[in-house]
Design a protein around this ligand. Structure first.
Ligand code: ACO
Length: 318
């Protein structure tokens, strides 16, 4: 048995903050941000929350899959920015959408969160424990962003994406996840309540160059690794759905793999880096726009805080 994605959905906040608006807040420019990152705007929460966006994305995904909330057996919410610590975001989503029969828990794996949820769901399905699983990535990164730090505040945005996985027959692929905690200092966030002293603002802190170098090296490597593990060729992949952090990172990955960059769809220009939500938002958009079609083979790859990185292959079934 393998899990097939049979429905997707996404939700982003209404308020759009473009680069011009940001350049009135910190010393930067639209030109610099576009050139170095590809980002043009990001959506920022006002009344929305991590849970409200997650619930909307989940409802869309369920509708797309044609299943009711009561049929969901497990909800996995990947997030680093839940509304509260307890109860977990997945339980709050369960309440919002009325998925009364589901078990629920959250996954904290930063930008690899959705991939981690995907791999976890596949493992539950392969073990025969659950057949219908809702996986969500949802973030309100604007709450964790230091809006005076031009090295980070230009990058992040808020939003949520969701997918429904159903057990079915067909080719099953093994995903890969890696972590290297010894490099964790490159991207940290102690949280407003745990800040260690005056110098620690509690917001996200990042060594941008270090994360950039890490991503352009590890992502092509893990893509090759997951292809080899599954006896699959690079040319058999129709689309590479890579974590939307920076256009230059994605272009470099495509170049290192000697693959046409048009096989690497991007929406970071519209949403910025939404961490665990970036891959499911992109999947939902590609489905909505008719780019992803039944029979397409996709490869998802993520990287981020931890440091963690990973990849997984899926045959598009809808
Ligand atoms: N506007 C204008 N100038 C800036 C800005 C800004 N927003 N930010 C930095 N600069 C300046 C720097 O101060 C520096 O000036 P200096 O040369 O006088 O010291 C210069 O621009 C170059 O800075 P770099 O940091 O070398 O710029 P770089 O080209 O590396 O781009 C960036 C920085 C965009 C952050 C890049 O390193 C990057 O995208 N890194 C990866 C980040 C990432 O993807 N993180 C998310 C991981 S996922 C997760 O888990 C959340």
């Amino acid at each position: 048995m393998t899990g097939r994605i049979c429905g997707t959905g996404f939700c982003v906040p209404e308020h759009v903050m473009d680069n011009e608006e940001l350049s009135r807040m910190v010393e930067t420019s639209d030109e610099w941000i576009r050139e170095r990152t590809g980002i043009e705007k990001r959506h920022i929460i006002t009344d929305e929350t991590t849970v409200s966006m997650a619930a909307k994305a989940a409802e869309q995904a369920l509708e797309d899959a044609g299943i009711s909330a009561e049929q969901v057996e497990l909800i996995l919410t990947a997030t680093i920015s839940s509304n509260v610590i307890l109860p977990c975001a997945a339980c709050e989503v369960q309440k919002e959408i009325g998925a009364a029969n589901a078990a629920c828990f959250d996954i904290n794996a930063a930008c690899c969160g959705f991939l981690t949820a995907y791999q976890t769901a596949q493992a539950y399905i392969a073990a025969g424990i659950y057949q219908t699983i809702l996986i969500i990535g949802s973030e309100s990164l604007s709450k964790l962003t230091d809006w005076t730090d031009r090295g980070t505040c230009i990058l992040f945005g808020d939003g949520a994406g969701a997918a429904v996985l159903k057990a079915g027959e067909g080719e099953s692929f093994r995903s890969i996840l890696h972590s290297d905690g010894s490099r964790g200092e490159a991207l940290t966030c102690s949280g407003r309540h745990w800040k260690s002293g005056e110098e620690d603002t509690g917001f996200m802190k990042m060594d941008g160059r270090e994360v950039f170098q890490f991503a352009v090296k590890q992502v092509p490597e893990v893509i090759r690794e997951v292809l080899e593990l599954n006896h699959c060729k690079l040319e058999e992949i129709d689309y590479f759905v890579v974590h939307q952090a920076n256009r230059r990172i994605i272009e470099s990955v495509a170049k290192r793999l000697r693959t046409d960059v048009r096989k690497f769809p991007m929406n970071l220009q519209e949403y910025g880096n939404t961490s665990s939500a970036s891959i499911p938002i992109l999947l939902a958009e590609l489905r909505r726009n008719g780019v992803l079609k039944k029979g397409h083979r996709i490869l998802m790859a993520g990287f981020g805080a931890g440091l963690s990185w990973g990849a997984g292959i899926a045959d598009w079934g809808i």
